[in-house]
Design a protein around this ligand. Structure first.
Ligand code: OOG
Ligand code: NI
Length: 464
């Protein structure tokens, strides 16, 4: 077979990045290995239950990458390249406000959007872009220098962009173009050997380490590549017992006895990587930068807007209790809040419309009596079985937390000034394609499933 379709290109790309990143950051290989061991143990422990949010094969292959670019033009090119792999922009994240330290970026995630494409290979890339004209971070003179510096660099060559256009137009590529596309795309995210201009890098670093990582060098690189794990608390403990320094917390929901929801993430601390520097007098020396870290994540069911409001309220409640009680662990406080405020079963999450599900018609023998022709009653009497839709996106506060817990300094942020306005519409304009609202995608998946189940049972069904 010589034609590689979009999902095959995407799977190949994820594997190729993984090989490359493993040679650049060997601790990543340890992380992947520990994640695979934990996943194997959870599959043995929980059996079929462990696969409710994705098959073992999907989860084993699953990764998300994180990259950071500087300009609208670079962002547009990234969108072109990822479209070739069947990855589309979903969600808008403003990390400038979500972070307390200086993280002057806005972000989106490129990922497959169809359930079938996600099941084949769910590779996603969290992509951040510097907001060069945000006065809270950058004085006019620095903005101008940044714009000039970024305007001169070329991250992606014409052959890569051309292959991406072709892959998108044809839904894939023939060999040898497919192999070439994957190789060029991988190389574009490799750490460059070119020396870093020390004084420019340090100027930016005093403002924001993230700004220096993006705008202080002439190329981009993959920041992290995140495997998925089925028990993140277990993984955290195993990494620590191997002597690997982890960030202080697992971001997102606490561990608790109810269903896994949304996303929990943690990471090992950014490692000192040798990099070459060029001084103003031209002298080249070797130093080190700490920008790349090893993240890992566990995924749960996607929440509806009502569920998300509940989640945000629980986070705010946890913050308030933690502030009033600084001696208790945040995890313990959060667990108490969750136990009080979130239903402890998937069934209740479905009944209260707090999470997204697809549905299937149960075997007639499973039914426990006659049901009304509405979803609540059909679920109640086991005519219809809800199945959780996995959360495929990110959380701004966790993203900001991951950024922050790996920064070498807080940086500067003048909150007396107004930031520059950015939103999902602005991002769509930059990319030349609509950035999807994650909720619309989950809601559409649920509606399609309801229509199919309704047709099978001969009734019209609605989510609520
Ligand atoms: C992105 C940080 C956010 C996540 O998983 O929330 C992120 C970055 O460090 O560039 O990757
Ligand atoms: Ni990440």
């Amino acid at each position: 077979m010589t034609f590689a379709s979009a999902w095959e290109l995407r799977a190949e790309f994820a594997q190729s990045l993984s090989r490359m990143y493993g040679t650049e950051v060997p601790a990543y290989t340890d992380l992947v290995q520990v994640a695979a061991e934990v996943n194997r143990d959870v599959l043995i422990r929980d059996g079929a239950d462990a696969e409710r949010l994705g098959t073992a094969t999907r989860v084993a292959e699953e990764r998300h990458g994180a990259i950071r670019v500087g300009t609208p033009q670079e962002m547009h090119q990234v969108a072109t390249i990822f479209a070739g792999f069947g990855m589309h922009p979903v969600g808008f994240y403003d990390l400038r406000d979500a972070a307390t330290s200086a993280v002057p970026v806005v972000s989106t995630a490129f990922r497959p959007v169809d359930a079938e494409q996600l099941a084949r290979n769910p590779f996603r890339v969290f992509t951040s872009m510097l907001v060069v004209d945000d006065r809270r971070f950058f004085a006019p003179e620095i903005s101008d220098r940044l714009t000039a510096f970024l305007g001169e660099r070329r991250l992606f060559g014409p052959e890569l962009l051309e292959l991406a256009h072709r892959a998108q137009a044809h839904g894939g590529l023939d060999q040898p173009h497919a192999g070439r596309f994957v190789a060029l795309a991988t190389a574009a995210f490799e750490l460059a050997a070119e020396p870093v201009d020390r004084s420019w890098y340090e100027t930016l670093e005093a403002i924001s380490s993230v700004a220096a990582d993006i705008g202080g060098v002439r190329s981009t690189h993959i920041n992290h590549l995140t495997p998925r794990v089925l028990d993140i608390d277990e993984l955290y403990a195993r990494m620590q017992s191997r002597g690997i320094a982890m960030i202080d917390e697992i971001q997102g929901p606490p561990r608790w006895d109810g269903p896994d929801v949304l996303l929990r993430q943690t990471s090992f601390r950014a490692l000192a990587e040798p990099r070459r520097f060029r001084d103003d007098d031209g002298h080249i020396s070797t130093g080190a930068l700490r920008v790349r870290f090893g993240e890992v994540e566990a995924r749960g069911v996607a929440l509806t807007p009502a569920g998300r409001d509940r989640y945000d309220a629980m986070v705010a409640e946890t913050d308030a209790r933690a502030a009033a009680d600084p001696d208790s662990s945040r995890q313990d406080i959060a667990r108490a809040v969750w136990t009080e405020r979130l239903p402890a079963t998937e069934h209740e999450l479905a009944q209260q419309d707090l999470a997204y599900f697809t549905f299937r018609v149960a075997e007639a023998s499973a039914r426990t009596g006659p049901a009304e022709p509405n979803l609540t009653s059909l679920i109640e009497h086991h005519w219809v079985i809800p199945e959780p839709i996995v959360y495929e996106d990110f959380l701004p506060r966790s993203a900001a937390g991951i950024f922050q817990s790996n920064l070498t300094s807080e940086g500067r942020k003048d909150t007396s000034l107004a930031g520059s306005a950015r939103d999902i519409g602005w991002m769509s304009d930059i990319l030349g394609r609509q950035v999807a609202d994650p909720n619309d995608l989950y809601a559409a998946q649920r509606s399609r499933s309801l229509a199919a189940v309704g047709a099978e049972l001969g009734m019209a069904l609605e989510a609520r």
